[in-house]
Structure formats: structure tokens, C-alpha cells
Design a binder for this molecule. Structure first.
Ligand code: KG4
Ligand code: ZN
Length: 365
């Protein structure tokens, strides 16, 4: 098998169009030669959420440009590419199709292999791209659309040991921002407000902490925030800057308490497998939250487990993770062909029962 592989990755499963080139030589750390992400926030802003048809059309328009830019930044041409890796799901079907069609065209035109990648596997394998993490490791994927604990046994074996039964934390952060009149995306705004607030002033529930296991729930926190906000407005005739900050602080503490306790339990389950090089990695936009990140790191340290949070640009949706997951598949001798199809749903763990919900934004993984 070729020692050095240069793979072009494509990602278009939600509202980010992305292309990246990753090069890997056996025995050496992989190299991200370029990673281009074109967001679509402005296109969907007026609708309060991602509109699938608009997203699909924008992906179809932007993919070629992203590929050109990724090649240019890597100082390469299409002739230097050994294989095309593409997100084949889960996600919004129109967007995934745009990527798969583009990848098939490139693969057929260049006569090089095509590799379909599970978007969630892309996230889950990122710590191997950034830090060469050894299997098995524990992963918390926590974003606007997802929240799950995975034990990553190998590049194609994942055990989900818990996850949200309704909303993802990022969605709750976004809703909190909306309810308090803060701009989107809400997470960074709520975090900034919380810094100025008193987390003890308003009481928030800690959903599902009384239930065994690692499942979580965040939709009740949104309702709790709405009630608390309305009570403050009735009492004070409006929302002061201080009460807004206090609400943010109380909400953020509740989310971090839940994530911390459930991470503790997930770590216990993981450690029971006696991993030779124990590690706990986080990915997803919510991992950018400094308070949450610090709590997870502390728990990891308490358990004697290495903690890892990849750089934010690689935690959120990108194509470098898709190229890398493609390289892992390629190295195992796996290839796809022109029958590769787009999957709107594609659970990583085929054995564990599927969750009731995986974040209402669902499509964004
Ligand atoms: O991974 P990502 O870019 O896309 C999704 O898959 O959703 O994550 C975006 C989510 C948004 O809900 C955003 O509000 C949240 O991550 N987020 C944060 C922070 N930064 C982004 N949540 C809490 N604190 C933050 N600092
Ligand atoms: Zn994602």
C-alpha cells in the first residue's frame, strides 16, 4: 500500500461547505495541508434555522470553489490527490447529496478511489488527526445538534454509552440567548454574560442526574430559563443587565454540572475496560465553553485520564476530519464506488438502541 497518501475531503452535511487536503505518511503524524470552511449563516438568518433547500443549493454552488481554494492553499492540483473522501451522512439529505455527487464526479474524472465517511466518525476520529490518540479513548461530542458519549474502539467500532434524550446543549444555549435577547450563535454570548453573573441567584434543575447511567436531557433547562425570565420580568418590570447575567450564569452552571457528572460516570464505564493509554477527548462547538471545558478537564485529571480538546476549528464542522477519517478507511483497504449513497440517518453505533432524540436541530451533527 502507498506509504504517502494525499486525500481531498468534502463536507456538506448541514450549513458549512468545506474542503480540505490532508497528507499522511505511514509512521508520521498527518499534515493538514489546507482546510477551507464556507459558512451559510447569513443565508439562513432570516428563517431562525437551517433551511434544507437553501443549504443544498448553496453547497452545490460553493463546493467547487471550496475545492479550488483548498488545492490552492495546499499548493497542489487535482493530479496530486490520491483519493476523495466525502461525508455520506448523517445530515440534511440535499446537502449530503451535493457532496457525494461532487465527490463521485471528481473520483470518476480523475480515476481515483472514492471513500464515503460518516460525519460523526469524522468528529470522533479528530483526536487521532490532531494528537495521534491510541484506541480505545472516550469521546464526548457536544454541539448544537448532538450530545453523546462514545467509546472509540477502532476507526470503525464505536460504542455509544449515553447521550441526550432530547435537545443538545448547544441548542439550549442558543435558545437561552434568544429568550434573553442576545444574538446568535448563543453559546459564546451566554458564556460572556455568565462571566458577569451570580450563578447562585436563580435555581435551575439538573435533569436526569437522579437517573443512573450517562443519558442526559436539556430541554427542561430551556423551560426553566423561560419561567425564571418571566418571573424576573413580573417582579422587576423588566430584565436588568445584572439579572440577565445571573440567569446566564445559573443556566451555564446547570449545563456544566450535568455534563461533569455524566462525564464522571462515562469515565468509570470506560476505565472498566482497562485502556492502556486512557484518554478523554471532547469535540463540538460547546467544547469551546471555557467553564465546561475546565470542569471536564478537572474530572479527567481526578480519574488519571489524559484530557484532550482539539483546536476549535477542528472541533466544529470541517473537511479535514473527513479527509482523515477517509485515510483511516483507506488504510484498512476500504473503498466505495459509484453506488455510494447519501444517508440522512447513520448511527455510529449500530448495536446500541437509538435515542429518542439527538438534538432537535438533528441535521447538524
Ligand atoms: O459544532 P458546532 O459548530 O455545530 C453544530 O454541530 O451545532 O456547534 C455550534 C454550537 C452552537 O449551538 C453554539 O451556540 C455552541 O455550539 N457554542 C457554545 C459556545 N460556542 C459555541 N456553547 C456554549 N459555550 C460556547 N462558548
Ligand atoms: Zn458536526
Amino acid at each position: 500500500m502507498t506509504d504517502t497518501l494525499t486525500v481531498l475531503g468534502l463536507e456538506s452535511s448541514c450549513d458549512d461547505t468545506a474542503a480540505a487536503v490532508v497528507r499522511h505518511t505511514v509512521g508520521q503524524p498527518p499534515q493538514i495541508m489546507s482546510s477551507v470552511v464556507a459558512g451559510q449563516t447569513a443565508l439562513h438568518a432570516a428563517f431562525g434555522g437551517v433551511v434544507p433547500e437553501i443549504a443544498a443549493r448553496a453547497h452545490a454552488e460553493k463546493l467547487d470553489h471550496c475545492v479550488e481554494e483548498a488545492l490552492e492553499k495546499a499548493s497542489l492540483t487535482l493530479r496530486d490527490i490520491d483519493a476523495i473522501a466525502v461525508t455520506a451522512g448523517p445530515g440534511l439529505i440535499g446537502g449530503v447529496l451535493s457532496g457525494v455527487m461532487c465527490a463521485k464526479g471528481l473520483s470518476a474524472g480523475l480515476g481515483i478511489p472514492l471513500i464515503g465517511v460518516n460525519h460523526l466518525a469524522g468528529h470522533a476520529l479528530t483526536p487521532r488527526l490532531t494528537d495521534g490518540l491510541a484506541f480505545p479513548y472516550l469521546m464526548l461530542l457536544v454541539s448544537g445538534g448532538h450530545c453523546q458519549f462514545l467509546i472509540v474502539h477502532s476507526a470503525d467500532r464505536f460504542t455509544r454509552i449515553g447521550g441526550t434524550i432530547d435537545d443538545a446543549p448547544g441548542e439550549a444555549f442558543d435558545k437561552t440567548a434568544k429568550l434573553l435577547g442576545l444574538p446568535q450563535p448563543g453559546g459564546p454570548m451566554v458564556e460572556a454574560e455568565a462571566q458577569k453573573g451570580d450563578a447562585a441567584r436563580y435555581a435551575f434543575p439538573r435533569p436526569l442526574l437522579d437517573r443512573q447511567g450517562c443519558d442526559m436531557s436539556f430541554s427542561g433547562l430551556k423551560t426553566a430559563l423561560l419561567r425564571a425570565r418571566d418571573a424576573v420580568i413580573v417582579q422587576n418590570g423588566g430584565l436588568t443587565q445584572q439579572s440577565r447575567a445571573d440567569l446566564c450564569a445559573g443556566f451555564q452552571l446547570a449545563v456544566s454540572d450535568v455534563l461533569a457528572e455524566k462525564s464522571r460516570r462515562a469515565l468509570d464505564l470506560y476505565m472498566a475496560e482497562l485502556p492502556p493509554e486512557p484518554a478523554f477527548a471532547v469535540a463540538g462547538g460547546v467544547a469551546a465553553n471555557k467553564v465546561i471545558r475546565a470542569r471536564l478537564e478537572t474530572i479527567s485529571n481526578e480519574k488519571g485520564v489524559r484530557f484532550l480538546a482539539p483546536p476549535l476549528a477542528l472541533c466544529t464542522d470541517n473537511a479535514a476530519m473527513i479527509a482523515w477519517a477517509g485515510i483511516e478507511r483507506y488504510r484498512r483497504g476500504e473503498r466505495d464506488d459509484m453506488t455510494l449513497s447519501a444517508h440522512p440517518r447513520w448511527p455510529l453505533d449500530k448495536i446500541s438502541p437509538s435515542m429518542l432524540g439527538s438534538g432537535k436541530k438533528g441535521a447538524k451533527a
